[in-house]
Ligand binder design. Structure first.
Ligand code: NAG
Ligand code: NAG
Ligand code: NAG
Ligand code: NAG
Ligand code: NAG
Ligand code: NAG
Length: 349
């Protein structure tokens, strides 16, 4: 006789088998032939740009064996009921310098939602046939990671065609000059934009307003912005915060690690939906404005590593009932550094 627990385990195992079997009869589809061939084309392209001796490490599970289901290959995910590829991630590959990605290779993946091309050494995108319209072919693409490549700002005209994007990450590339806002204007669905760890600056006046009205999170961390604080005075014509301040839906804004000078940018206190504001590691001076209390949704505020001075009134914080983390370091008006990290919750992030 089985003890009751053993019986349960036994039945449980049978149930799993039945479910797997049903899964295969009902709805489970292996990847479609067209996309399988297209993945193998991508592999060929990547082998061609791989450094010498690296080609064996390029998508080793993507095999030419016709019995192999490409939905089970590493770096690939499918919608199991349609058998269409929905996620491709290229992973870390050692490529020759200045390699380009041929975007036409991606066109067969009509249902792809997430593309991760991070950690490669691509320096550019191209499509000899459709040019900068290429990415408009991927109508369902929602998330595009291009982090840790060597892309320059030359890829923006291509990105502007990916109008279904909700999240775009360009972290740690080789981008400098002003943020080419004009070349992002068609990305009206974009909610999250990460341009951190580049060298964007505000050297050239940008006349256009920031077009990304639906943006919820923007990171410009560790770039080379400096003059953005001159909103009212002589710098008013130059890109910046004044334009970011028009993004009324922003909930997260990270401008840390730049070279921002001048006073706390007052117009930021108009962004009443902000939950996270990080202005740390800049060169801001003056006192902290009392209108900070407008930011009633604020949960995280870091003003560390600036040159704020003077008296800071906690009174202006009492309205910020959501605030959990507040970091500030006031310039020594006495002989010691006045380091203040206040955590309103368990964890000080
Ligand atoms: C797969 O096989 C075909 C025909 O045998 C060949 O032309 C192609 O280069 C192979 N592709 C890969 C990625 O091995
Ligand atoms: C998966 O494919 C099926 C059939 O084409 C479709 O109805 C469903 O919406 C897809 N699921 C997702 C999450 O896209
Ligand atoms: C780019 O990819 C497309 C689609 O596979 C192919 O037809 C074209 O020849 C490729 N271009 C180059 C220069 O490799
Ligand atoms: C795309 O390329 C065409 C032709 O090279 C050019 O005229 C157009 O301005 C480009 N579009 C963008 C958004 O840069
Ligand atoms: C940062 O921008 C300044 C001009 O505003 C420029 O002189 C400097 O070279 C830039 N630094 C980097 C690392 O690009
Ligand atoms: C806040 O927004 C209002 C309305 O858009 C504007 O009139 C005001 O100047 C802004 N305040 C600051 C400090 O920029």
């Amino acid at each position: 006789m089985f003890s009751p627990t053993k019986e349960k385990v036994f039945m449980g195992q049978n149930l799993i088998w039945v479910m797997i079997l049903l899964g295969q009869i009902h709805g489970y589809k292996s990847c479609i032939q067209k996309e399988r061939m297209a993945l193998l084309e991508i592999k060929k392209h990547m082998i061609a740009v791989a450094k010498e001796g690296e080609s064996n490490f390029v998508f080793p599970t993507w095999t030419n064996d016709t019995k192999s289901d490409c939905c089970r290959w590493e770096e690939v995910k499918c919608n199991r009921s349609s058998g269409r590829v929905t996620v491709i991630s290229f992973g870390l590959m050692y490529m020759k310098e200045s390699s380009l990605l041929n975007l036409s290779l991606l066109h067969p993946f009509e249902d792809v939602r997430i593309l991760d091309l991070g950690w490669n050494r691509f320096s550019g995108l191209f499509d000899a046939v459709e040019g900068n319209k290429s990415l408009s072919r991927l109508r369902k693409l929602e998330i595009l990671f291009l982090d840790l490549n060597e892309f320059s700002s030359s890829i923006f005209p291509f990105l502007n065609a990916a109008t279904s994007l909700t999240k775009l990450s360009l972290k740690a590339n080789n981008m400098d000059g002003p943020v080419p806002v004009k070349e992002l204007r068609d990305l009206t669905n974009l909610e999250v934009l990460d341009m951190s760890w580049n060298r964007f600056n505000d050297s050239i006046p940008v006349q256009e307003s920031f077009p990304l009205r639906n943006l919820r999170a923007l990171s410009l961390r560790n770039n080379n912005f400096s003059s953005s604080m001159g909103l009212q005075g002589k710098f008013a014509h130059i890109f910046h915060i004044s334009r970011i301040c028009k993004l009324k839906n922003l909930q997260e804004l990270d401008l840390s690690g730049n070279k921002l000078v001048g006073h706390f940018p007052l117009c930021l206190t108009n962004l009443t939906r902000l939950r996270v504001l990080d202005l740390s590691s800049n060169q801001l001076t003056g006192s902290i404005p009392s209108s900070l209390s407008n930011l009633e949704s604020l949960e995280y505020l870091s003003l560390l590593d600036n040159n704020f001075e003077g008296f800071f009134s906690f009174g202006s914080l009492t309205k910020l009932s959501m605030l959990r983390v507040f970091k500030i370091q006031l310039v020594p008006t006495f002989s010691y550094q006045n380091l203040l990290i206040i955590c309103f919750s368990w964890i000080c992030q």
